[in-house]
Design a protein around this ligand. Structure first.
Ligand code: AMP
Ligand code: MG
Length: 400
């Protein structure tokens, strides 16, 4: 694994060694959003559980339509109706059970209540109209959610509609992070000569949290071999994945490579990716190790296109298959493509004349984190691929 890998080779290599966490835990529904299901969810009832009215109005037998009809009962939601007397209507409200015998609901706007209390229906009803059938949302016995699915807000609502109060989910992926560099200072502290702020921590930690990881942040580690080795050992004690930023080049001040080799095993790859540099992958004790490049733009792009899917699969997500691309027309030119590397441009979707097109951040320099903050996605260009305005290009949404 020493030679230059393509982005796709690196992505599939990472995915192939992402062993999903197998331990599970049971959580209540309100704690379940964003968690990964560990067992499928099968419905044990119909949703809705009974035929019910989709409208406020009158339930009737379609065959009785014609003369004004008397009201034989009143059915609010949550009440159990009697069978509908032939030749009558039932006053009914949205969500209320349909009385036996009725086969349509007429909305109240199409009914007139006469002085004698009978109801004149102005429009001929059609059988089944305004009736929500039992089981039309979910049928008893149906598999509703699959193992490895990350639960969305709507999924949680769906579980509640089935009467489910708790779900079995994969325990969160434990990720330890640290940041190498003697030049780094935390925001909030004054910046000394030659120092820069630790910006990587502030996009990476929230990105990991959004993915549902349990993050342990070991902070800034000095550029020393012993300190780096100790940090790796500490992290390997509890983490599933150890992530670092910086120090993975082969300079004299880059100690992460040597430290991982001393404490475990390392594959260091040059990947044909721009912006980007080496991505380090390996093992320290039982933990996976991922070393992002220190340059914030390189780290950000590498995380988006290579590491995120690895972490998702590692966290038990079944369909974590890497970044999905959509094609949009470019509203920009790119005349000097990289001949050898896949290139990721920071772009933004905008609607022009009713069509979604992509604008490019003017400065695509790898030191310009503003481009990432401005962008809502990346355009992926093959080596040598130039772009003229109007060309369809591959777009990857940045969702962290
Ligand atoms: P390195 O990979 O350690 O050689 O770092 C590459 C570049 O990224 C250098 O300019 C570092 O100062 C910068 N860098 C490394 N880590 C960070 C960080 N956590 N936040 C901001 N910049 C960083
Ligand atoms: Mg460094």
């Amino acid at each position: 694994m020493q030679n230059m890998l393509t982005v796709d080779e690196a992505a599939s290599w990472l995915l192939s060694r992402a062993d999903a966490v197998t331990e599970t835990e049971t959580v209540s529904l309100l704690e379940a959003c964003g968690r990964v299901l560990a067992v499928p969810v099968v419905a044990t009832l119909d949703v809705p559980p009974h035929d019910n009215s989709a409208m406020d109005g009158y339930a009737l037998r379609v065959a009785d339509f014609g003369q004004p009809l008397p009201v034989s009962q009143r059915i609010p939601a949550g009440h159990v109706p009697d069978a509908l007397q032939p030749g009558s209507v039932a006053r009914i409200f949205t969500g209320a059970p349909i009385p036996a015998g009725a086969d349509a609901v007429v909305m109240q706007e199409q009914c007139e209540v006469l002085e004698d209390g009978r109801v004149a229906i102005q429009k001929a009803p059609v059988g089944g109209q305004n009736i929500r059938r039992a089981g039309e949302d979910i049928a008893n016995g149906q598999t509703v959610l699959a193992t490895g699915q990350r639960l969305s807000t709507a999924d949680i609502g769906l579980l509640a509609s089935l009467g489910i109060a708790e779900v079995t989910v994969v325990r969160p992926l434990r990720v330890a992070v640290f940041f190498t560099g003697d030049e780094l200072v935390e925001p909030g502290l004054p910046l000394g000569p030659g120092q820069i702020y630790n910006s990587n921590r502030y996009w990476l930690v929230p990105a990991l949290m959004q993915l549902g990881c349990e993050v342990s942040d070991l902070g800034i580690i000095p550029d020393e071999l012993q300190a780096t080795r100790e940090a790796l050992r500490d992290a390997a004690d509890f983490a599933d994945v150890i992530m670092t930023c910086g120090g993975v080049s082969v300079g004299e001040e880059d100690h992460v490579k040597a430290a991982v080799e001393a404490e475990g095993a390392l594959d260091l790859w040059k990947i044909a990716i721009k912006p980007g540099k080496p991505l380090a992958s390996g093992k320290v004790g039982g933990a996976d190790f991922i070393g992002l490049p220190g340059n914030p733009v390189s780290g950000f792009v590498t995380f988006a296109v290579l590491v995120k899917a690895f972490l998702q699969r590692r966290a038990g997500v079944a369909d974590a298959a890497g970044a999905t691309t959509v094609r949009y027309p470019a509203a920009f030119d790119w005349t000097r493509p990289d001949a050898k590397r896949v290139e990721f441009l920071r772009v933004r979707r905008v609607v022009r004349d009713g069509q979604t097109v992509l604008e490019r951040y003017p400065n695509q320099g790898s030191g310009v984190l503003t481009s990432c903050a401005w962008a809502d996605g990346l355009v992926r260009l093959a080596p040598g691929q130039a772009v003229a305005a109007g060309d369809l290009v591959d777009f990857i949404a940045l969702e962290f």
